[in-house]
Ligand binder design. Structure first.
Ligand code: FE2
Length: 214
């Protein structure tokens, strides 16, 4: 279960409307490398992680990504707040206005709606953790791109914070990958010993499965 805390992970103080930046920023709301993708990816993959540390890590980071999603939502909402239909149209957001007015919607910077095909769950922890590391690196690059697309110091401050968190997440997934690999080696040994064909390989020797495991 989750307990909701009614405050942002980091306060956002945006006072100036900026529809063009909102159009780009929304990609971290509903784009392929955005916070929704990240949260749903990790909170789903956690079930098939092979150890408690990896399960807990995916739960922690997935939960934090929901907090980041809320920060991005606040930024986009404040950047768009009060815009007229004509202003939205002039900023390239006419299609968004037609479908959603000034409501938030999960899409990328080109207006493509969020899709579950942005995320994966292979049921194999190394494949999933490598995906997670790549996702964090892509999110980091997207934040760096967005920082270059705005000159609002408050927005830059928030985006820099989120970029730094992606760097931390990437490092933590790398640590989890290392631990899971160690577990997988043990698991693989056990699997091979239980496998009839492998047992047969040793049938004419004095070697027992116990010797190999030790
Ligand atoms: Fe992240």
């Amino acid at each position: 279960m989750w307990i909701y805390e009614k405050k942002l992970q980091m306060p956002i103080h945006i006072v100036k409307q900026d529809l063009r930046v909102a159009k780009y920023l929304v990609t971290q709301y509903g784009g392929p490398d955005g916070e929704l993708s990240a949260a749903l990816r990790y909170l789903n993959q956690r079930y098939t992680m092979p150890n408690k540390q990896a399960k807990a890590l995916l739960t922690d980071i997935g939960t934090e990504e929901l907090g980041h999603l809320e920060m991005i939502a606040t930024m986009v909402y404040k950047l768009v707040k009060g815009a007229t239909a004509q202003e939205m149209r002039a900023a390239g957001l006419g299609s968004h206005y037609a479908e959603h007015r000034d409501a938030l919607f999960y899409s990328d910077a080109n207006g493509n709606p969020w899709t579950a095909s942005y995320i994966q769950a292979k049921g194999e922890p190394i494949a999933d953790l490598v995906e997670d590391i790549a996702a964090e690196e892509k999110a980091r690059v997207t934040y760096e791109n967005l920082i270059r697309l705005t000159d609002d110091p408050e927005l830059i401050k928030g985006l820099q914070f989120l970029r730094e968190r992606e760097v931390v997440h990437s490092q933590r997934f790398r640590e989890a990958l290392y631990l899971v690999r160690e577990d997988m080696v043990k698991y693989k040994n056990k699997y091979e010993i239980d496998n009839v064909e492998v047992k047969d390989m040793f049938k004419d020797t004095n070697i027992t499965p116990k010797d190999i495991l030790e």
